[in-house]
Design a binder for this molecule. Structure first.
Ligand SMILES: Nc1ncnc2c1ncn2[C@@H]1O[C@H](COP(=O)(O)OP(=O)(O)O)[C@@H](O)[C@H]1O
Ligand SMILES: [Mg+2]
Length: 251
C-alpha cells in the first residue's frame, strides 16, 4: 500500500503544554482513517501541524514521500492537502457558489473564474447544495454549512482530506447523508482522515482507527480492535458511554 502521509516523531508544544508528543503514524492511499480521543487530546493540533498552520516543535511530516514539515498552509493546500474546519467559517456575504469558487480559484494557478464557477457548481451538486447556490452563505443551516465546508475542501482537489468533526451538531438523517458523502469521496480516490466523536460514524466508515490521548497515540487498529482495547475504553470510550448513559437517564 502506498503511503500518502507519514509522521515521524511529531511533537508540538504551546508554552508549557505538550499538545503532541512524539506521534508516529502512516496513512495509506485510499484509507479512511478515524482519529479519535477526548477533547483536548490534540486532534485538531495534529491536523494544524500537518497542514502547516502550526510548526512541529520536533519530528517530520512527509506527504507522498516529500518532506512538508516546514511548508505553510497555502503550500500544503496547493500540493493536495485539504481540510474542513471544526468551527465552520464561510465568507458570510458571498454566495454559496462563490465560496466554493473562491476555493477552486485558489487551488490551482491558472484557473479562470469561469472554470472555478463550473467546478464549484459540480461540487455543490455532489454535496446536495445546488438549490442554495445563489444564497448568501450566512443563510445556510449548520448542516448545510458543514456540506459547504466539504464542497470547499473538494474544490481544492485534494488527495488527502482532513474532516474535523463534520458531523457535530447534525441530526441522524444529516449524519447518514454525511457518511454517504465520505464514502463517495474515498471512492473517488481521496485518502481521508476523519476526526469524529460519533462512534457510530467511526465504526461505519473507517477502515482503521487511531486514538490520541494527551497528545500521544495510544492505539492503532481496526475499528473493532480499537473499541475493544481496554486502554481506549479506559481513556475515552468508557467515559463517553458513561456520559451518554447519564444523559439518556436524565432525559
Ligand atoms: N493555538 C494554541 N495555543 C495554545 N494552546 C493550544 C492551541 N491550540 C490548541 N491548544 C491546546 O492544545 C491542546 C490540544 O487541543 P486540540 O488539538 O484542539 O484538541 P482536540 O482537537 O483533540 O480537542 C489543548 O490543551 C488546547 O488547549
Ligand atoms: Mg478539535
Amino acid at each position: 500500500m502506498d503511503k500518502v502521509l507519514q509522521l515521524e516523531g511529531v511533537s508540538r508544544r504551546f508554552g508549557g503544554l505538550q499538545a503532541l508528543q512524539d506521534v508516529s503514524l502512516s496513512v495509506g492511499s485510499g484509507e479512511i482513517l478515524g482519529l479519535i480521543g477526548p477533547n483536548g487530546a490534540g486532534k485538531t493540533t495534529l491536523v494544524n501541524v500537518i497542514t502547516g498552520v502550526h510548526r512541529a516543535s520536533a519530528g517530520r511530516v512527509l506527504f507522498e514521500g516529500r518532506d512538508i514539515t516546514r511548508l505553510a498552509p497555502y503550500q500544503t493546500a496547493r500540493i493536495g492537502l485539504a481540510r474542513t474546519f471544526q468551527i465552520v467559517q464561510p465568507f458570510p456575504e458571498l454566495s454559496v457558489l462563490d465560496n466554493v469558487a473562491a476555493a477552486a480559484l485558489f487551488s490551482k494557478s491558472g484557473t479562470s473564474p469561469a472554470q472555478a464557477r463550473d467546478a464549484a457548481a459540480a461540487h455543490l451538486q455532489f454535496v446536495g447544495l445546488e438549490k442554495q447556490a445563489s444564497q448568501p452563505a450566512a443563510s445556510l443551516t449548520l448542516a448545510m454549512r458543514k456540506r459547504l465546508e466539504l464542497a470547499k475542501a473538494m474544490a481544492m482537489q485534494p488527495r488527502l482530506l482532513f474532516l474535523d468533526e463534520v458531523n457535530a451538531g447534525l441530526n441522524s438523517a444529516e449524519i447518514e447523508h454525511a457518511m454517504l458523502l465520505i464514502r463517495q469521496l474515498a471512492e473517488r480516490g481521496i485518502t481521508i482522515v476523519l476526526i469524529e466523536h460519533l462512534m457510530k460514524v467511526v465504526m461505519n466508515v473507517c477502515s482503521r482507527v487511531v486514538v490520541l490521548q494527551n497528545g500521544a497515540l495510544v492505539a492503532d487498529g481496526s475499528p473493532q480492535e480499537v473499541v475493544n482495547n481496554p486502554r481506549v475504553v479506559e481513556a475515552y470510550l468508557g467515559k463517553k458511554y458513561a456520559q451518554l448513559a447519564a444523559r439518556e437517564g436524565a432525559a
